[in-house]
Write a protein that binds this ligand. Structure first.
Ligand code: HEM
Length: 394
């Protein structure tokens, strides 16, 4: 009898993905681009072209995943809705994050936040810039955009982490549930304080826009959307800042090019989120039987859309594993695609690429990586540096 040959997806281990997912993705793209991966309990879609195809068919690849832990932790937000109910909530949020609002209203706020943070440590000559800069910068900027100015940035960071841990708590760890429930209760209490105020004093924030939309959202809808944005709008700019800083500090030639031509900061941002996509994977579920990338998917199949792999697809990007701000412009998928394309993309571009990074490199003289400890990266659903120890001339 012939021995059964394991398919490439069957051998994938989550610990390998967490440490360094790129060699695994390279193999999957080559050998089994839509692969059943038992360890992830999903089919992983790893080629750029299949990701684009899938996002063009939201009626077949639904965002409303059954038994979603995200819904358990945060409630049913716009991120897990399809069709008109998604559209209605997205329209309510949109005015807060339009390019013009970001430029005229949020950009000066981002500048103030960044300058105050740098003022706080510039005299010290060394710091872990992940903890002292990237994370608080992302948290303070997000608190402003949400309208939760009554929340301390450390609480926001803790809530974000606790809720995200809850959305990945497939092991049913009671301690993780306790922490994520406490975080969700913290967000609810902050909203109970801010909603009456914003009801009377409308501003440009997301909560205010949801309250005052032509078709206003109710308390439950607002709470779920705020929780999903706290869970998802904080890690990504934080990780993009830290990844870009690391990439430039490790490559003097590209750093010198940007310092000589500040117009290149835009390319730094786009290349950073392509190279190490802050959201590496997100879920979808099929509504009917469908073929994708040569694999027949049954109705109800759980899908992992692997943006991190699409963004390293060698059929689209030359030398895809290299960080190269001069590469030819090609459409990356770091902000997703289709109806759920990131609503915060403009805010992220400005916050990270136009404000945080130029200020960091402009103000910290002779900024360099500290010799010890080394910078470590981790994660596959979300991925980025875990630390960024640096020195500069104080
Ligand atoms: C580098 C930074 C960021 C990256 C790489 C990123 C990436 C993404 C991705 C991939 C999605 C689609 C997820 C899915 O379809 O399941 C998404 C959705 C979303 N993002 Fe972002 N994001 C970033 C920053 C932000 C920020 C700063 C905000 C808010 C201020 C934000 C708000 C949102 C919202 C509201 C959605 C849901 C849109 C919808 O369902 O219609 N994002 N983001």
């Amino acid at each position: 009898m012939e021995a059964k040959v394991a398919r490439p997806g069957e051998g994938v281990r989550l610990t390998d993905l967490w440490d360094d997912p790129y060699p695994v993705y390279e193999r999957l793209r080559r050998e089994e681009p839509v692969a059943w991966v038992p360890a992830a309990n999903r089919y992983l879609v790893t080629r750029h072209a299949d990701i684009v195809t899938l996002e063009r068919q939201p009626e077949i690849f639904s965002a409303d995943e059954e038994k979603s832990l995200m819904k358990r932790v945060m409630g049913h937000s716009l991120l897990r809705k399809d069709g008109p109910s998604h559209r209605r909530e997205r329209i309510a949020c949109e005015p807060a994050l339009r390019p013009a609002t970001v430029k005229t209203h949020w950009m000066p706020e981002f500048r103030r936040i960044v300058d105050e943070l740098i003022d706080g440590f510039i005299g010290e000559g060394e710091a872990d810039l992940f903890d002292r800069f990237a994370a608080p910068c992302a948290a303070l900027s997000l608190a402003g955009m949400l309208g939760l100015t009554n929340v301390d940035q450390k609480d926001l960071r803790e809530w974000s982490q606790a809720m995200m841990d809850g959305t990945g708590n497939y092991a049913d760890d009671p301690d993780i549930w306790r922490r994520s429930e406490a975080a969700a209760a913290g967000v609810d209490a902050a909203l109970d304080e801010m909603i009456p105020y914003l009801q009377r004093n409308p501003d440009r924030s997301l909560v205010s826009c949801m309250l005052h939309a032509e078709d206003p959202l109710n308390r439950e809808e607002i709470a779920a959307n705020v929780k999903v944005i706290i869970g998802g709008g904080l890690n990504e700019p934080r990780d993009a800042i830290a990844t870009a800083a690391f990439a430039l500090l490790a490559d003097p030639a590209q750093r010198a090019a940007v310092e000589a031509d500040p117009a290149l900061w835009r390319a730094v941002f786009e290349e950073t989120v392509r190279w190490v996509s802050p959201i590496g994977m997100y879920p979808r579920q099929t509504t009917c039987e469908v073929e994708l990338g040569g694999t027949l998917l049954p109705a109800g199949a759980r899908i992992g859309v692997v943006l991190a792999s699409g963004n390293r697809d060698e059929s689209v990007f030359d030398r895809a594993d290299a960080f190269d701000i001069h590469r030819a412009k090609k459409p990356h998928v770091a902000f997703g695609g289709g109806p759920h394309f990131c609503l915060g993309a403009w805010a992220a571009r400005v916050q990270v690429g136009e404000v945080a990074l130029p200020a960091l490199f402009g103000r910290l003289k002779n900024l360099r990586l500290a010799d010890e400890p080394p910078v470590r990266f981790g994660g596959w659903v979300f991925r980025g540096p875990l630390n960024l120890p640096c020195r500069w001339d104080a």
